[in-house]
Write a new protein. Structure first.
Length: 347
């Protein structure tokens, strides 16, 4: 764990202490909207090269901190490094996104932790380099995809609007699907522990495809595996601080996730009512969210109004300001500056 904890407002909030001004970071804060990111991307030649080159990954992780003075940096990487560690081929195609080789079956996935370590060593080295270059007032986050979301990518071979391939396997062969979730749960926890050991102050679990599941399946595929990931991480790092993000969950889904997984903080998406979140979830978990990324593109009075609304509804609650999802590539830099300036003025 980092030695910077006493001076970090972000980490103070994760200990359930209301802090004003509220700490802020943004999902995908290192991305294509930044000209300095685009310059490194052009130099690297590919997204994957950036992820797997420690100097480049550390550099782009630090870029938004230098420009906007966010309270936390999140390591530049990707959730699909876990399937890569398990032996499934992963590549990123321009204008297409991630493409994975055909799913080989659970029995063919690599279970050797030493090979995982070798393949993912550049990520942990990037974490160490980032920590060295980060102020003691800033927190450093690691992350991983959640088992259900990773399973959806691995079985489909790409992103999917309805995760059909994963659902069909789960319905038709629940035993095989459970075996895959179990393997991913163990590997995700292992990866998060390695990031904490390399200098991360906290980690976030992204369950990007948690929305749209029936209640029973949400509990079996999202809540249960995330709970197990948290438990496995804390077996190795008892005081690990963990943020969960079951994107687009229902209200009852958010409630069960908050009650059962053991996460310290819960990131809610734009469609979730922050007023409801504070009332239903705020006594159990720290809240994070949930500005509409398109409002950040709009800027001006619309952005100010939405920021004021979120701040009013979270007054007196341990809260981390973020988006309901990630920064979009067309986001104007001056609107991000407007956001941070407004938050810094809020006492």
């Amino acid at each position: 764990m980092g030695k910077e904890e006493p001076s970090s407002s972000f980490l103070a909030v994760l200990k359930h202490k209301p802090v004003r001004p509220v700490p802020v970071w943004l999902m995908r804060q290192a991305g294509r909207y930044l000209p300095e990111y685009r310059a490194v991307r052009a130099k690297a030649g590919s997204f994957w090269t950036m992820c797997m080159t420690p100097d480049l990954a550390a550099e782009v992780t630090l870029q938004p901190i230098r420009r906007f003075d966010f309270d936390a940096a999140i390591l530049f990487s990707d959730i699909l490094v876990v399937p890569f560690a398990l032996g499934q081929g992963v590549r990123f195609e321009d204008s297409v996104g991630p493409v994975l080789d055909a799913f080989p079956g659970v029995d063919k996935l690599d279970s050797d932790e030493e090979r995982w370590r070798v393949k993912l060593q550049p990520i942990y080295e990037a974490m160490r380099k980032t920590r060295e270059g980060l102020s003691s007032t800033k927190a450093l986050l690691g992350f991983a995809g959640a088992p259900w979301t990773l399973a959806a990518y691995m079985i489909q071979g790409s992103g999917s609007s309805d995760q059909r391939a994963a659902k069909l396997l789960a319905y038709r062969d629940p035993k095989a699907f459970k075996a895959l979730l179990d393997r991913l749960t163990e590997t995700v926890a292992w990866h998060l522990v390695r990031q904490l050991e390399a200098g991360a102050d906290a980690v976030q679990i992204f369950d990007s495809w948690a929305g749209g599941l029936p209640d029973r399946e949400f509990d079996s595929w999202v809540v249960g595996p995330n709970k197990r990931v948290v438990a496995l991480v804390r077996q190795r790092v008892p005081k690990a601080r963990i943020i969960g993000f079951p994107r687009a969950a229902t209200q009852s889904g958010y409630e069960r996730y908050a009650a059962e997984t053991g996460v310290d903080a819960l990131s809610v998406d734009t469609a979730a009512s922050m007023r409801w979140s504070v009332k239903a979830l705020g006594k159990r978990v720290v809240l994070q969210g949930n500005l509409d990324p398109i409002a950040l593109i709009a800027g001006g009075d619309a952005l100010n109004r939405m920021v004021e609304h979120i701040l009013a509804e979270t007054q007196g609650t341990p809260f981390i300001f973020n988006l309901g999802h990630g920064v979009l590539p067309e986001t104007p830099l001056e609107h991000v500056e407007q956001l941070v300036t407004r938050l810094r003025r809020a006492a």
